[in-house]
Write a protein of this length. Sequence first.
Length: 126
Amino acid sequence: MNQTPATIMVIGNDSHFCYLMRRYVKKSAQRTVFAYLGEDALALAQHEKPAAIVLEVDLPGTQGWDVLRALKADPATCHIPVILCSWLDEKERSKEEGAEAYLREPILYEDFLTTLTDVGIPLPGG
């Protein structure tokens, strides 16, 4: 049975992170939408209605956390599972702030796939 690819939104600031996530999402046979951190991320999530959001929080200041809080506070996006990614050990904080999953960088492809499945994204052949 041919399955329609899910849209995975990647929000980040680091070009290496964005490149890696683009490769992982494509390899997992899903569709990718990108937003750089800032005001357009929430609007793009509202418009695209992704099946999941991968959010990088290793940034100067609190921008990544602010985006997570905005996503979870908005009725149009609060139901979208957010996978938080960080070089730091932010697993507990990510749960407290409302993220459904956490990936510590560097992120392995197998961990990425497992996390997609954990948040309810069906994978081809799965």
